[in-house]
Write a protein that binds this ligand. Structure first.
Ligand code: ZN
Length: 187
């Protein structure tokens, strides 16, 4: 597997609507494996094909691990998804605000409102049609990655223009609130 270079703003590929995946061949399998590897090394919890310079409707997602009472990662508690040609077919009316970072906008985080749950229709890595219902952080990652496939970035959707910080400014803000985790997953 190869770790691919992650494309950052202002690269134009991040603003293009992607073309659909039509051939689920060996080259695509290789690209998917490389994207998974790249996401893990980054590290991130999601990666869309435009982020490695390919204008293709394809994303990989790996959820945050569940932790035990001592905050240790529970083995096997991450879920890995590969979605080709995904489409959000339902969004919960309930929205939640959350802090997001993006591997293609390094050094910054921002607050975005997302549907608490979504239903997604897509194809898996072999082209088989799949339907998924996800909620919470997983739903947030799906919405962020599917936005990437339409050339949309989280900075287009901030809850307010001022709710956008450098990593340092956000850490300083959170330092006042000891109960709040400061590490923001990148997607
Ligand atoms: Zn992103």
């Amino acid at each position: 597997m190869t770790v691919l270079e992650i494309v950052t703003l202002p690269d134009k590929v991040l603003r293009q609507k992607t073309r659909p995946v039509t051939r689920f061949d060996a080259d695509l399998q290789q690209l998917i494996d490389d994207m998974i590897e790249t996401m893990r090394v980054a590290p991130g919890v999601g990666l869309a094909a435009p982020q490695i310079g390919q204008s293709l409707s394809l994303a990989v997602i790996e959820t945050l691990p569940k932790v035990d009472e001592e905050d240790n990662e529970i083995e096997g508690s991450r879920d890995l998804y590969v979605i080709a040609n995904p489409e959000i077919v339902w969004e919960s009316p309930k929205q939640v605000d959350g802090i997001e970072g993006c591997l293609s906008i390094p050094g910054y985080v921002g607050e975005v409102a997302r549907a608490e749950a979504v239903r997604v229709r897509a194809q898996d890595r072999h082209g088989k049609k799949i339907k998924l219902r996800v909620n919470g952080w997983t739903a947030r990652i799906f919405q962020h990655e599917i936005d990437h496939l339409n050339g949309v970035l989280y900075i287009d959707k901030l809850t307010a223009p001022e709710n956008f910080w450098t990593d340092e400014a956000f850490s300083a803000l959170m330092a006042d609130d000891e109960d709040e985790a400061t590490a923001v997953p990148e997607l």
